[in-house]
Each structure stands twice: as C-alpha cells, then as structure tokens.
Write a protein that binds this ligand. Sequence first.
Ligand SMILES: Cc1cc2nc3c(=O)[nH]c(=O)nc-3n(C[C@H](O)[C@H](O)[C@H](O)COP(=O)(O)OP(=O)(O)OC[C@H]3O[C@@H](n4cnc5c(N)ncnc54)[C@H](O)[C@@H]3O)c2cc1C
Length: 439
Amino acid sequence: MNPRLLLAIYLAITLAPLGLSAFSGRPARSLWDELASGAGMLAYAIILAEFLLSGRFRSISRRIGMDVTMRFHQLFARSALVFALLHPFLYRAPSKPPYPWDTTRQLTLTDDLSAIASGVAAWLLLTPLVLQAIGRDRLDMRYEVWRLMHGLGAAAVAALLLHHTLAAGRYSADPVLAAVWIGLFAIALASLLSIYLVKPVLKRMRPWVVDSVRPVAARTWEVTLAPRGHGGLRYLAGQFAWLNIGHGPASLFENPFSISSAPAAGNRVAFIIKELGDFTRTVGRIRPGTPAYLDAPHGHLCVAGRDEPGIALIAGGVGIAPLLGILRQLRLDRDPRPTLLAYGNRVAEQIVCRDEIDDLARHHGTRVIHALQEPPPGWTGHSGMLDAAFFRDHLADPGMREWLFVICGPPAMMDAAETALIGLGVPARQIICERFRYD
Ligand SMILES: Cc1cc2nc3c(=O)[nH]c(=O)nc-3n(C[C@H](O)[C@H](O)[C@H](O)COP(=O)(O)OP(=O)(O)OC[C@H]3O[C@@H](n4cnc5c(N)ncnc54)[C@H](O)[C@@H]3O)c2cc1C
C-alpha cells in the first residue's frame, strides 16, 4: 500500500469521530467543553488505531518498514496519552442531571457514575501502560511478560473507553457516531485476534523443524529451518520473520530475526542470531529436529524490483544478516550490477561468514570493505568505525549517487550512514534501512 494512502487511511480513522461530531448539528457548547470532548475523542481514536499499527500487517510494514511503523505506534501512543490526560480537565460545564429543556446536553455533563467510572479506570490504566512501554528496558521483566501485559492492558483500556464513550459521550448519542466507535473497536479487536488466534492456526498448518545450528562468528549462530510437510516460505531476500523455536504455535515466545538465506537457494530458511538475552543465549544449544514456527515474511529491506545501477550494503555487527541474504540472492540471480559491502565490527572474531564473504568478493565481484574498531596486527582493512568520515571517504564517488543504499546495524552507525548519504546528495528514496530495535 502506498505510504500516502496509508496516511490518508490513518487520518480518516483518527479524525472521523471528530468530523462526525462537528457536523452533528448539535448546538455548540463553550470552547473548553468542545476542546475537552475533542481531546477525548482524538485520544480514543488514536488508541484504537494503535492496534492496527502494532498488528504486524504486511500492507503497512512492507511499505514503511516495521521499525518506522512501531516508531509511529510509540509516538501516537504518547500523543493519545496527552489528549487523554487533558480531556477531563478541560471541561467547564457542571456534572449534573440534564435540565429538562436541554435535551442535547449543551449545558451539563453526565453525572452517571458508571459511565464516568469506566472512563476514570481507563484514564488511570493508560498512564502506566504507556510509561511501562517507554521504560521497558529498565524494568526487571521478561520481554514476553511485558508484551502480554501490554496487550491485555491495551485491550482493557479500549473496552473501558468504548463503554465510557457510548455512555457518557454527548456526540455518541448520534447512532452514526456510535456505530463508528463500535466499528473501530471491532477492527482493533480483530487485529488483536488475528495475531493471537488466526496466526497461530495458520502457523500450525505450516510447521518447520530445525535443520542445523552452526557457529558463524563469536557468540553468533546460523540456524537453518526446513519446512515440514509444505513447500516453504515465499519471501524476498532481506525480509524478516518472527521465529518461535521449541514452543507451541500460539506461544508468546517468538523473536524477530532477519532471514539470511536467499529465496533462490531452496526451501530452507536461515537466520544469523547473535547472543544477547534470554532466548538468543540458548541458540547454540538448540538441537536439530526441534519444532519451529514462523510468522513471516515481514519487512521492506529488499532490493528485488529496484533498478538502481549499483547496490551498496552497509552492515554493522549482526546487521549483516539481511544483507547477506541479499548478497546471496544477487549472486544466485547473477545480477550484473556492481555491489559494495561495507561491514563493521569491533574485533575480527565477530565477522560473520568471513569465508563466504571473501568468496562473494572473488566470484560475484562484490567490493568488500571490512572495518574493525580493534584491528589485529597486520590488518589490511579499514581501522575504525563505520562513521561519518568513513562514509565520506568511501561513498563519495559521484558514480554512486544513483545507487541503492541498504543499511542495517547499530543505531549510531545507521544514523551516521543516513546523514552522510543525504549530505552526499543521495535521495532518501535510494536509502533503505531496518532497525533491530524499535525504540
Ligand atoms: C526486524 C528485526 C530484525 C532482527 N534481526 C536480527 C537478526 O537477524 N539477528 C539477530 O541476532 N538479532 C536480530 N534482531 C534483534 C533480535 O530480535 C533480538 O536480539 C532478540 O529478540 C533478543 O531476544 P532475547 O530473548 O535473547 O533477549 P531479551 O533480553 O528478551 O530482549 C532484548 C531486546 O530485544 C528486543 N526483543 C526481544 N524480544 C522481542 C520481540 N518478540 N519482538 C521485538 N523485539 C524483541 C527488545 O528490544 C528487548 O529489549 C532483529 C530485531 C528486529 C526488530
């Protein structure tokens, strides 16, 4: 889906209730009362749209990337929180039974405690929900536990707010607006159900099994899966999957990893996984034959269909995983375009699949520049980080201005690469990135 169309759909969802209220024909109230209702409606509409943004819908993330999608999810959640916090404090009208002559509740707010109580409960729940997500790293809590709490908390807020909006909302007395709220809530619920109910069923129908686990660098493993009873996965080189190894298809124990294999290489899929936390530290102990499930393919880090005259791949650390998949595919396709791989690590032992990369350089003609922060004696590659100076030195060739640049690695390296490329006059549409962290 075109990003502009995505934006238009997003705006339509979040602004529809406000627009319908504005044209409801009800007599206007004081500016503060209208602002209060508007803030509440905006907050609720944004919260409902959050379910779509976090719902792993390919039509969204395929165009703008999962990292950007999740960044929007986080930023919109913060704005929803601000609108929600303001909502009760902006009202000026008194909360009391309606005057007999004021049938549209122009002058008073509802005093129905049950209608207010659901709003207060949601209001109280929303702040810790957002703050907990912002400070997740500082919590002594497993990612999966946080994710479960976040999902359940968000569903509770959405349900409480539906009750509050329909019971207390002045404009929701209009059956059209009430139907819109119910419809938006149903869509949000459906996106939750699609992840936790529909996807597990689909995954169960397409099981995988661990074929091999091999070390490819210090504390880094390549895990290969084989399809069990089906033809495999249709994906593009550079995409990623949510991988679940050794748990049932409905398990919350699944992590995103880039696919490092090339679709043209056959129906096995491979992942390069660096030890980091609870799951990744156990990867080296996974036995062949262990069942696995994939939620895939996701992501937009793909060169398929791009017609730039050359491709530069810029990788830092385990960010090599998707780029290796792309290089492997380009080689199998015998793609004639020039390729460059700039690959940074701290020490030589961290270079993933070094022999294969050397082989690519020899046979596919890829120009490879290894960069090491702590090079060993006699190191012939670049010494230092992939930083602004490196990019200015190695990517400034005017002939490369038309190339496609694919970037994956630590945030600081990615920021430096993007800034340097833009500074060198490379248009933003020729730069594609995938971040391994959403925050
Ligand atoms: C699109 C994408 C592609 C990635 N590709 C690779 C790759 O090819 N190779 C590689 O080694 N790493 C990759 N990562 C990072 C990898 O997902 C994390 O290192 C891994 O999930 C950590 O899990 P853990 O249980 O070992 O650590 P934990 O201590 O549980 O988590 C460490 C951090 O990893 C992130 N994380 C953990 N679980 C999830 C989850 N289910 N969803 C989203 N984020 C999560 C969170 O930010 C968390 O704080 C990728 C991440 C993303 C988003």
